[in-house]
Structures are given as C-alpha cells and as structure tokens.
Design a protein around this ligand. Structure first.
Ligand SMILES: NC(=O)c1ccc[n+]([C@@H]2O[C@H](COP(=O)([O-])OP(=O)(O)OC[C@H]3O[C@@H](n4cnc5c(N)ncnc54)[C@H](OP(=O)(O)O)[C@@H]3O)[C@@H](O)[C@H]2O)c1
Length: 435
C-alpha cells in the first residue's frame, strides 16, 4: 500500500518588479526548484508579477506567470502568501508594502532605502498584523549577515560592526589605491564597466552604505533603524596623493560603515578611513563587500561576498522565502522585525554624537614653504592634537595624529584653514582601529 502524500501546500509568492533583482529571483527559484522545495518543505510558486515594461511582461508570461501593471493587485491578492518587493524607491514601495501587510501578507524586500527610511512604520505594521518582513537581501546582498547577527551571534553583546558595504565606491577606491588614478577617472572607469549607475550619488556619497548601516545597527543593538543618527561622508573629495601617502604609511583607504557601542552609547558613521593594509577588511577589494563583527563571546568574525548582482541578490531573497515557508508550513513562527523591536526589555540604544567620537587622524597640509611647518604643529598642539613629526617636503606636511574627539579635530582644522603659510584646506582622513 502506498504511503499517503505528506506534501505540504506551496508557498504562493507575488513579485513586484521584474528587473535585476526580480528576474534573478525568478531565475533562482526556477533553476533550483527541486532543491528549494526539499529544503523549504514545500514548493515556492511564483504566481504573479508586477511590471510595466513590455519585454519584461513578455518574459514573465513566457514563464507561465500572470502579469499585472499594478503592484497593488499583488498587495491585495487573496491567494498570495507573500509579496516580494523588488521595485525600489521609497514612495510607491512603501505604499505597496504597507498595503500587503494590511492584507495579511508576509513581505520580502531587497530595498534598503525603504527600510532605512520607513522601517519603523513597516515593522510596527507587520508586528501588529502578525506577519514578517524579510530583508536579508537589503543589507549585504549575498552575504547572510542578518542571519549571522540574528542566529549565529545571538548569544553575544555586539561591540562593533565595521563593513565595506558599497561595491561601487569600493571599486573606485581600489582603483585609486592601485594605480594612483584620480577620483574622476576611477569613477568613469566604473561607469564604463557598468559597475556604477549613471547617477552614482547614492553610492559615492555614502547614502547607500548609511541605509545598510542603519539596518545592521537595528539588528545588532535593537530599536528601529536610525538613518537620522548616521554621520555620512562620501568619497568624492578624496585625492590621489593621499592614497600614495597612505600606502607608504602602511594603510589602505576604504569607505567604512561603522556601528560601535561604547560607554552605553552607539555611534553610527559612514566615511572614508585608513585601515592597516594587513587587516582583513583592507583586503576586500574591487566590487566585493566585507563585514566584520565583534561579539563579546565570539570575538571577531568576518563575512565576505558580492555587493550587487541579479542572482547574488536573489540568493538572499529566496533564503528569506525558504525561512518563511519552513516557519509557516512547519507551524513555527518567524521573528523578522529587528531583535528587540517593540520589546520593552530592550531600551533603544542612546546615540553618540559624531563630535564626541574619538579617533586618530591622518593629515596632509599644503604649505607655501617648509617654514610654515612649525606653525601647523603649534596650532594642533593648542587644540590637544599631538602628531608625530611627520614628513615635511618643500610644499607639504603629512602626519599621523593621536586620538582626539571629532570636535577638537574640527576646531584645529578650522583654524589651520586660515593659518598663514597653509595654502589649501588640509586633507584629513580618520584612522579606523578595530580592536
Ligand atoms: N541590483 C542589485 O544588485 C541590487 C542588490 C541589492 C538590492 N537591490 C535593491 O533591489 C531593488 C530593485 O533593484 P533592481 O536593481 O532590481 O531595479 P530594476 O532593475 O530597476 O527593477 C525594478 C523593477 O521594478 C518595477 N517597478 C518599479 N516601479 C514600479 C511601479 N510603480 N509599478 C510596477 N513596477 C514597478 C520596474 O518595472 P518597469 O518595467 O515597470 O519599469 C522593474 O521591473 C532596489 O530597492 C535595490 O536597491 C538591488
């Protein structure tokens, strides 16, 4: 006699957006269908897609998927269990996600801008409705960092997270470090290779990394994403000369996203920084991403992977779908809003103002003559900034300074901008010390 089938009903998914991430998600679900079914405990069926472009609509139709031009059709569809938001933006996407939640649907999204901006509202709505919001793909694409923080490192108090989380800017900085290219040349090369958007502002201005950092910090330290608390500086004003000096001094220049807890406060900052050349993070080059996490029990762990890409992002989207399927079809429950969100036992962390953050600094001054050198030291010293004796040439002075509060450093630099014999605004890069 044949055993009765234990096959559970499929998880029915609708997909908003059939672009890079959406089509990749369809591709991975189709290519690995049997494996995904076995691991999820049920099939994951992509039954409906929203897109307005005829060629994309045709591709979906050819794959046997129902197509609509209107994302709200999916958000309100009575037969969908989960809506995958892969449309981007923060306006229509917010409306669609909230509508889907209101209709009792789970949501999986790759949209970091959406969650960094409207995460508090979206997570609150999901919690109230008893549905989940999966966002592994939104943070570091194929690197399973949300899982690592929420599961593998769950026993730890997280001390700090430091990441290279924007592949475009990392490519530009790697090129500037390798060949002495100017910022403009390195960016033009990235654009020619298709590694940078026509409008790369969000990448090179640090905004994209800030979105990801706000999400990482919410998972690690509790509370809602605090984009407003992230200090953001991009890479646009970096100069080739500083990469050469940094290399001579044993450092690489990276755009870092750092969340660090100290003295009961959390600092959130995105800015270019010098990293010791032999550190693991300094060796994350090109378009790759890398994230280091220090937990009080686990110590330092490191995660490395692609920072963009169709199948790479889809890998994380499908991972969230499989988690959801396991939880729903297995009768379990998935806890997706950040740990501690809406939990009175976790007070949201207090944020440290950037002006209070203490760091070492690399400084380069352009001088009218070497005679101006002593004046520079005198001004720095008066502000409590103690530097090594530096490298003085006929028209420049390069030095490494001790750790001081940001407010002290800024006061010294302001005075030095108008100090006699100092030509241009000094070049300054913070030095990241991860231990
Ligand atoms: N690309 C990556 O490597 C990557 C990595 C991680 C995360 N992400 C995130 O994933 C999201 C999607 O990125 P993507 O690169 O896949 O973008 P994309 O290639 O531009 O695709 C966006 C899709 O959304 C659809 N869409 C947008 N607004 C719509 C609307 N109002 N109604 C119906 N359809 C709409 C577009 O359809 P039409 O045909 O109608 O224009 C298109 O199919 C973004 O939040 C992005 O930040 C991307």
């Amino acid at each position: 006699m044949q055993a009765p089938s234990l096959q559970r009903p499929a998880l029915r998914a609708g997909l908003i957006g059939f672009g890079v991430v959406g089509s990749g998600t369809h591709g991975v679900l189709a290519a690995n269908r049997q494996t995904i079914r076995a691991r999820a405990g049920c099939a994951i069926d992509l039954t409906m897609v929203a897109t307005r472009t005829a060629s994309r609509a045709q591709a979906a139709t050819d794959a046997g998927i129902e197509v609509t031009r209107c994302p709200m059709d999916l958000a309100r569809h009575p037969e969908l269990d989960v809506v995958i938001e892969a449309m981007g933006g923060t306006t229509d996407a917010r409306d669609c996600v909230l509508e889907a939640i209101a209709h009792g649907k789970h949501v999986v999204t790759a949209n970091k801008a959406l969650l960094a901006t409207h995460g508090e509202e979206i997570f609150a709505a999901a919690t109230a409705r008893g549905v989940t919001v999966g966002f592994e793909a939104a943070v570091a694409v194929s690197i399973p960092i949300v899982k690592a923080l929420r599961e593998g490192l769950v026993a730890n108090e997280i001390e700090w997270i430091a990441g290279i989380v924007n592949g475009t800017s990392n490519y530009v900085l790697t090129q500037m470090g390798a060949g002495g290219s100017s910022y403009a040349d390195a960016l033009a090369e990235a654009q020619a290779l298709g590694y940078a958007e026509a409008d790369p502002l969000l990448d090179v201005g640090g905004g994209d990394a800030a979105h990801k950092l706000a999400l990482l910090a919410a998972i690690a330290f509790g509370g809602p994403p605090r984009l407003d608390a992230v200090h953001v500086e991009g890479i646009r004003s970096l100069q080739a000369a500083d990469f050469l000096h940094a290399a001579r001094l044993g450092y690489a220049v990276k755009l870092l996203a750092v969340a660090r807890r100290s003295e009961g406060q959390v600092q959130l900052r995105v800015h270019p920084a010098l990293l010791p050349r032999n550190s693991l993070l300094a060796r994350v080059d090109g378009r790759m991403n890398g994230i280091m996490v220090k937990g009080d029990a686990a110590g330092v762990t490191m995660y490395y992977g692609a920072g963009a890409g169709s199948r790479e992002t889809a890998s994380a989207v499908v991972a969230d779908l499989v988690d959801l399927a396991r939880a729903l079809r297995g009768g379990g429950r998935m806890c997706v809003p950040p740990l501690g969100f809406h939990d009175d036992t976790f007070a949201p962390p207090r944020m440290r103002a950037m002006t209070d953050v203490r760091m070492r600094n690399y400084l380069r001054f352009t001088l009218q003559s070497p005679n101006a050198g002593p004046r520079v030291f005198e001004v720095l010293q008066r502000h409590g900034v103690l530097a090594d004796k530096g490298t003085l040439t006929h028209d420049s002075l390069v030095m490494l300074a001790n750790a001081v509060a940001e407010s002290q450093m800024l006061a010294a630099l302001r005075e030095l901008e108008t100090t006699e014999g100092v030509c241009a605004a000094p070049a300054r890069l913070r030095i990241e010390e991860l231990e």
